[in-house]
Ligand binder design. Structure first.
Ligand SMILES: *[C@@H]1O[C@H](CO)[C@@H](O)[C@H](O)[C@H]1NC(C)=O
Ligand SMILES: *[C@@H]1O[C@H](CO)[C@@H](O)[C@H](O)[C@H]1NC(C)=O
Length: 226
């Protein structure tokens, strides 16, 4: 399973030690500071040339006070005793995800009921990062056009944002295609999965809501006082 949280990094990645204050700054000390800055500037210029992708190094080199950078992690994590999801749920950021088991494939409506019984709902994809949730299978997500044909809405009633739509498309096939071969009523429910690494992030298909699938439920984590 791959996951990158949509929550941005916090500034807690930097630990800044308090600079030592001196009442008298000598000429020598000033010269030393200037020389250090020049040295750091040339080092950072070199680093900049060698690796353009590491702007944080340049930034910290320019600082006059001692700065200690600690390794950063893209996903801020809460310890399990602070953010809680409950058994069988996975915590990412402040959201909890439940991947229903292979043995419990259900039609879309029943999948939604199952999620609600677990105090959540079918997942709503709100970012590219969230779209990267994957454990290699196909899952119902909380998106349907069963109320009004062609108008895709999330279970919370919000319309699908077309810049955050990840319908599958290749030369032969463009989703949603409302295929009527399996179900004469067409396809009104959205399923995530299939060829994730071939077609990048675009892997939603519309499917007959009667099809039995696994599903991803989502709920907000319970945040306890530290
Ligand atoms: C999908 O197919 C059904 C059945 O043919 C049809 O009633 C419906 O209007 C179609 N939806 C769209 C968005 O074309
Ligand atoms: C749709 O998503 C884009 C990209 O995240 C965002 O900039 C835009 O504000 C969203 N539009 C609406 C109507 O929410």
């Amino acid at each position: 399973m791959i996951f990158v949280s949509s929550i941005p990094q916090t500034s807690a990645d930097f630990e800044i030690e308090a600079p030592q204050r001196r009442s008298v700054v000598t000429v020598e000390r000033a010269a030393l500071v200037v020389l250090s800055v020049l040295l750091l500037a040339s080092v950072s210029a070199l680093i900049g040339v060698l690796s353009v992708n590491r702007p944080c190094l340049l930034k910290s080199a320019a600082k006059e006070e001692e700065t200690k950078t600690t390794s950063t992690s893209a996903v801020p994590t809460y310890p399990n005793n602070v953010a809680q999801c409950g058994e069988d749920w996975e915590l990412h950021g402040i959201k909890c995800y439940y991947f229903s088991p292979l043995s419990a494939k259900l039609p879309w409506k029943e999948s939604r009921k199952m999620c609600q019984k677990l105090k959540g709902d079918l997942v709503k994809i709100e970012s590219r990062e969230e779209q990267m949730i994957d454990n290699g299978d196909k899952f119902w997500i909380g998106l349907t056009d069963s109320e009004a044909e062609g108008q895709w809405v999330w279970t919370d009633g919000s319309p699908l944002n077309s810049s955050l739509a990840f319908w599958f498309a290749n030369d032969d096939n463009k989703e949603p295609d409302n295929w009527t071969v399996e179900d004469p009523e067409g396809e009104d429910c959205a399923r995530m999965g299939e060829h994730p690494f071939i077609e990048g992030l675009k892997w939603w298909h519309d499917r007959s809501c009667q099809k039995k699938q696994r599903s991803i439920c989502e709920k907000t984590a319970k945040i306890l006082q530290a």
